[in-house]
Each structure stands twice: as C-alpha cells, then as structure tokens.
Design a protein around this ligand. Structure first.
Ligand code: DAH
Length: 373
C-alpha cells in the first residue's frame, strides 16, 4: 500500500514536473520570440537608405524570403498550435512595419535622386552632338536644276531605266546599224527585240511626246547606263537631265535663252554660254553647250585644258522625224531639246575632280556637303 502511494506520488510529481517543464520551455520560447521580434522592430525603425545599394541591402535584410522577417514566418512551423495565432499576429505586424518602411525608403531615395539629377543639369553646357546626315551632292544638284526649270514653266516627267530599242534609239532617229549607236553601247537585258539599260534620258522625250499634245515643256532627270570603263571622268552609271520644249514657233533663240538663264542661275551671273555646232541624230541643227570655266573665269587652266570653256551637255532643235515618230505634226510644231550630265554639273559647281567619289560613299567626301541640307 505504502509502495503504491509512493508510486502514485511520484507519478503525480513527474507529471507535474513534465507539465511545468513544458510550460517553462514554452514560456521561454515565447519570451525569446518576443525579444527577437522587438529587436527586429527596433532595427526596422532605425533603418535608413541613401541610395539604391542601401535600399537593396534593406530589402535583403527585412523583405526578401531569406530576410529576418522571412525567417520569422518560417519559424511558424515550430510554434505550438495554441500559440500559432498570437505568434502569427506578431509576425504580421512586423511584416507590415517592414513593408511600410521599405516604401518610405524607396520614396526617399527616388526623391533624392530626382533632386540630384535636377541639380546636375547645367544649362550653360553645349548640347550633345547628334550627327545628322546630309544630302548627296548629286541629289542637291538635281534639285537645284529642277528648281531653276520649274520656275520657267517646265514640269517633271520620268521614264523607265530598262528601255526598249524604240524609245532609246529608233524613235530618236538612230536607225539600226547607225554609227551613232556605237558611242552609246550599253547593257542588254534581251536581244531581238532589244531591251537594254537606257543610255540617255532622251528616251523620256519620246514617251512624253507619244502621250501628250503640245505645248510640252518638260524636264526629265534620271539615271542612265553605258558600257564605259570606270575612270575619273567616266562611269557606267551616271545621271542626266533632259529638257524638251515643243510648241508652235519655238526657235533656236528660245533654246539659247533658256540655257543662258539656266547657266547664270546655276553657276552665277558672270557665267558665259557658248553653243558649238555638233551632231545628234535626233536634233537638227545640233549644238554642244559650253560654259565659261568657273575656275579660271575663261583665262585657261588645267580644268578647261587651257580653252577657257567646259562642256555641260548637248542640245538642238528636235528633228522633224522625231516629232513625226511620236505622232506630233512637224509642220505645225517645232521644239528644242537638251541633255546635260548631272555629275558634270556637280563636278563643275563643287570642283570635284574625280567622278568615282560620287558612288564610293566615303564619308570624308560626303560630309563636305552637309551644308546643302
Ligand atoms: N542624249 C544625248 C547624250 O546622251 C544628249 C543630248 C543631246 C540630249 C542633244 C538632247 C539633245 O536632248 O538635244 O549624249
């Protein structure tokens, strides 16, 4: 009996011990957690950030999954069920504090950087250089030519670069096997019937006259091709501008006056023009157009080869055969035409010595024309 009593007592005592021990452990844990939480709260309250790096440090310390606040959440697993609610509330409070502080620090850093940016703004500094392109000298020259002729009533017209034999040669009075074709050998795309890259913009004359009734006053700039060896003075690809004026009573005097006007507008008031008799199958009479040398003013230099004159194109009265080929009554109408090389004009105007520069795309050459923009 005495032994039972003792055992009973012992059991009671140990149960009591056990319970009290667990209570003490729980209490201690609780106190430890509370202390920890208080310490974290204090750390959050005193945290500060001056820049992005410090913001990031704060984020790692208090916001990220592995932060001290993250760890408090992870700790939830080890909290006895009866304390989970209370613990959860405490931890959530810490989280809210951490988040609010984070937002506050973000705002502060952003405001500071905005302020420092506006303080960095020095209005007296020269602006950042943004390189701009320029107009190609050939484009600028073509534009200027168009402008001059537009003001005296010429409109613009264009035709294809791949041309048939009729428009490039036959209609212009170059019969098959005529020696004048020899000087305008080109690149053939098809033979019989012949389709080739046009050798001149005179083909556009034919197309315009086939489709329009006089009066015609038109300018046709465009690219042309010839089978030429490339050198400082010649290229297999170049540009021309064609002019055509067909109406009643158009005479050679009109041709001369038009080109006088053009030369003075293009090259300057002092420029003289001379017409040198020549031959073109599609004009009669024909003349080559020379202007007084821009470099030496006519005295003679190596650009004009001592003559004082440089050639800029060909011209003449449209041959009646050509008018008839295009369905225009040559008894009623007469006309003049001219054709000039755009490279030639640009070379004279800007004193460019080598034609190849136009197509080499060397920026050291091209940037000299930026002011033409
Ligand atoms: N088409 C000629 C050539 O390329 C230039 C020419 C000469 C055009 C006389 C004309 C002209 O309109 O009348 O060599």
């Amino acid at each position: 009996m005495g032994a039972f009593f003792f055992l009973g007592y012992y059991l009671k005592k140990s149960v009591f011990h056990f319970i009290s021990f667990r209570f003490v452990v729980l209490k201690m844990n609780e106190i430890m957690h509370q202390e920890k939480i208080e310490a974290i709260k204090a750390a959050i309250a005193s945290a500060d950030a001056q820049n992005q790096d410090e913001l990031e440090a704060y984020r790692l310390q208090f916001i990220s999954k592995k932060s001290v606040v993250g760890e408090l959440f992870a700790e939830m697993r080890n909290i006895p069920n009866e304390q989970k609610r209370e613990y959860g509330q405490l931890v959530n409070e810490v989280k809210q504090l951490a988040d609010a502080k984070f937002q506050e620090l973000i705002d502060k850093v952003n405001a500071a950087s905005k302020k420092s940016k506006s303080m960095d703004l020095d209005l007296t500094l020269p602006p950042t250089y943004i390189p701009v392109g320029g107009i190609h000298p050939l484009t600028a020259t073509r534009q200027r030519i168009i402008e001059i002729f537009e003001r005296i009533g010429f409109n613009l017209s264009e035709g294809p670069e791949i041309e048939d034999d009729w428009h490039n040669f036959t209609a212009l009075n170059f019969p098959e096997n005529h020696p004048a074709r020899e000087m305008q050998d080109t690149f053939f795309i098809e033979k019989n019937p012949d389709i080739a890259l046009r050798t001149h913009t005179s083909s556009v004359q034919v197309r315009v006259m086939e489709n329009q009734k006089p009066p015609i006053r038109t300018l046709s700039p465009g690219r042309v091709y010839r089978n030429e060896a490339i050198s400082a003075r010649a290229h297999c690809i170049f540009h021309q501008v064609e002019g055509l004026y067909v109406d009643e009573n158009v005479g050679f005097a009109d041709l001369k006056n038009t080109l006088y006007h053009f030369a003075k507008e293009m090259f300057g008031r002092e420029t003289k023009v001379r017409f040198r008799p020549s031959f073109f199958p599609f004009t009669e009479p024909s003349a080559e157009i020379d202007i007084s040398c821009l470099l030496c003013g006519g005295k003679g230099c190596n650009v004009c080869k001592g003559s004082g004159w440089v050639e800029i194109g060909g011209s003449g009265m449209v041959d009646p055969n050509v008018l008839e080929n295009c369905g225009i009554d040559s008894k009623k109408y007469t006309g003049f035409a001219f054709g000039m090389g755009i490279e030639r004009i640009a070379m004279l105007k800007y004193q460019i010595k080598d034609l190849r520069l136009f197509t080499e795309n060397d920026v050291r050459f091209l940037k000299q024309f930026r002011s033409l923009l």
